[in-house]
Design a protein around this ligand. Structure first.
Ligand code: AVJ
Length: 329
């Protein structure tokens, strides 16, 4: 689509082969330890609740990452010569604007390539961006960045793949390395990965961020059951589950669960499935891994990447790192 405002192209890779909510619920609710993956939090209400989480006093990651980017955007652009940004799970870009602003300032800004599952979100942000940055080309991919990186056109200038927010923490360690490896394969020697990671810190601070006093995270967590009710014609009683979030010191990740407050049977109509919950049985909805510089470097190395920069805030709460493909040996 070439609009009067500029150059916007949106391609869709969401198709019939989708690993859908139905797939994940059938799989996840019939396991010995019940689990539904965190990507199903984000319907309209879930996205609204997540946005509210980002503004909570206890939830430091969003504002800390923004501070790091504010401080370092110009240097990141200078270091990388970035002309093209690929953004994974863009949503409505806000922190990314700091980078795009710096690229425009440096005169290198050429192309922005967001990935998102929502075509509406992509189209709206594309329109906003071509208006804000005259001459910017936008190539959006409606799809899943775990599987559709090949939808990207070849790089025409120094490219930076941006994955912010600490969402890499949602991957269990093995898939994390596999995913990083796939990103590494997409990088030419001059390209970089800009990655946001939450850092290991005092369990009290971590746990407060996922057990906020206003109960927004609890509502966000329970909303996943509302998504399943609506989409799969299930009859979860949201009141019958309590929010649980704790820091697993062994694994160094936050784990979120929903705990049944009584024994019950839940019907998932569209799957013809009856699921039994014992009293106090838990359903895992998210892991959110926390990193140290050493662990991140080890992950990068195992994935064929080299850590170049590790940028943090003064309190070492969060890190934004720059990595590149390891030279072939
Ligand atoms: C969007 C995955 C980075 O793990 O901190 C916030 C999601 N879950 N509060 C995170 C989330 C509960 C968030 N990420």
């Amino acid at each position: 689509m070439k609009t009067a405002l500029g150059d916007i192209e949106i391609v869709s890779r969401l198709g019939a082969d989708e690993r859908t909510l139905a797939f994940d619920v059938l799989d996840g609710l019939t396991r010995p330890f019940k689990e539904i993956p965190p990507k199903h939090f984000y319907d309209t209400e879930g996205s609204r609740l997540f946005e509210a989480i980002c503004h909570l006093p206890e939830y430091y990651p969003t504002r800390t990452e923004r501070t790091i980017l504010t401080e370092n955007a110009a240097a990141i652009v200078e270091d990388t010569g970035a002309a093209e940004l690929v953004e994974l799970g863009s949503g409505v870009p806000s922190k990314t604007l700091l980078l795009l602003d710096a690229m425009q300032e440096a005169g290198t800004l050429d192309r922005y390539m967001p990935f998102d599952v929502s075509e509406v979100v992509l189209t709206e942000s594309a329109k906003m961006l071509v208006e804000r940055y005259p001459g910017l080309r936008v190539f959006g991919v409606v799809g899943d960045f775990e599987r559709h990186l090949d939808a990207l056109p070849p790089a025409e200038g120094p490219r930076v793949i941006v994955f912010l927010g600490g969402t890499i923490g949602n991957f269990p360690p093995g898939s994390r390395r596999r995913f990083l490896r796939s990103l590494g394969r997409a990088l030419r020697p001059q390209d970089r990965l800009l990655l946001g990671t939450d850092l290991v810190k005092s369990p009290a601070v971590l746990e407060a961020a996922y057990n906020d006093s206003a109960g927004v995270t609890a509502a966000f967590n329970r909303n996943m059951l509302a998504v399943v009710n609506r989409e799969l014609d299930a009859d979860f009683d949201l009141e019958a589950f309590e929010h649980v979030a704790f820091f697993d010191r062994e694994q160094e990740w936050i784990e979120m669960r929903l705990r049944a407050l009584r024994s019950m049977d839940v019907r998932v109509g569209k799957l013809g499935l009856d699921v039994h919950f014992a009293n106090r049985e838990e359903l895992r909805t998210e892991i959110s891994a926390k990193f140290t510089r050493e662990r991140l470097e080890a992950d990068m190395r195992a994935a064929g990447l080299v850590l170049h920069e590790f940028l943090t805030d003064p309190d070492d709460l969060f890190a934004v790192s720059l990595s590149g493909a390891a030279p072939a040996r």
